[in-house]
Design a protein around this ligand. Structure first.
Ligand code: ADP
Ligand code: UDP
Length: 234
């Protein structure tokens, strides 16, 4: 198999499922099942989840919130989603731990690379919550950073579109999908699937990114088995 250790990034917004806000438990259960399935194959899995289903700092500033406080709220939202996923994994009988980028024991243990590696190597799905712990960043950047730190073979960006397109496929129905794309093409074409800080971190550290549709049950396993269903960034 191509992958021994991966970092899976899950979109907070996708967790809403059909709802307008919050967490759709069916969506959560489907994610937990898919994660358990690949954990049983012996893959070491680190996870970073977004918080966009609950709060985004930048949209908060448009409503009059202070940016730093808004970003702190966003980071706390990622902790809420992480605890929800942890609980769904528990229900699946899948060993897991939640680490937090901001100290908040006993909700989760404070993140360090050493702690994350210890849990990954002992077969725990390791959810790294709280983003980078700093305002002005995104969870895409947090997942790039954690992927590099844990020496993941690749970053898997599980989202609600099935790859990277020439334009946002949710807005432009004529957009066409790439099977492969270079980091530089993402910059040159101005594609908005990931923010530039996250893309740059992956580029500088030679971390491949695979973007795929996580809302289709079974897709995570297919990507692990090397099926070409998403877009690979290299
Ligand atoms: N060129 C593009 N190719 C694919 N998706 C794109 C592109 N541009 C923008 N997007 C958007 O990026 C989203 C994926 O990013 P993600 O971080 O999972 O979502 P969100 O930020 O909403 O939580 C897709 O839902 C899609 O609407
Ligand atoms: O390192 C980080 C990661 C996240 N956030 C905040 O948390 C929110 C939720 O994360 P994100 O928007 O990346 O979630 P997603 O789009 O994946 O749902 C962001 O809007 C930011 O306000 C932050 O301040 N620093």
């Amino acid at each position: 198999m191509q992958y021994n250790r991966i970092l899976l990034k899950l979109s907070g917004e996708s967790l809403m499922g059909e709802q307008k806000y919050g967490i759709d438990t069916r969506c959560l259960e489907s994610y937990a099942r898919q994660i358990h399935e690949i954990a049983e194959m012996g893959i070491q899995i680190g996870i970073v989840i977004g918080g966009g289903n609950i709060f985004r700092g930048l949209s908060g500033t448009n409503k009059g919130f202070d940016r730093v406080k808004g970003d702190n709220m966003g980071m706390l939202a990622t902790v809420i989603n992480s605890l929800a996923l942890s609980s769904a994994l528990d229900n699946e009988g899948c060993k897991n731990k939640v680490l937090t980028a901001i100290r908040m024991e006993p909700i989760g243990e404070f993140y360090s690379k050493a702690k994350a590696m210890e849990y990954l190597k002992s077969g725990h799905v390791t959810i790294i919550s709280g983003g980078t712990g700093n305002p002005y960043f995104t969870t895409d950047t947090a997942s790039s950073l954690r992927a590099i730190e844990i020496e993941a073979d690749a970053m898997f960006k599980g989202t609600r579109v099935d790859g990277i397109y020439t334009a946002d496929p949710e807005k432009d129905s004529t957009a066409t999908k790439f099977d492969k794309i270079t980091y530089d093409e993402i910059y040159n074409r101005g594609l908005k699937v990931m923010d530039l800080t996250a893309t740059t971190l992956c580029k500088e550290n030679h971390l491949p990114i695979i973007v795929f549709n996580m809302d289709q049950p079974g897709n995570l396993k297919k990507v692990i088995l090397g099926e070409n269903i998403g877009t690979i960034v290299y």
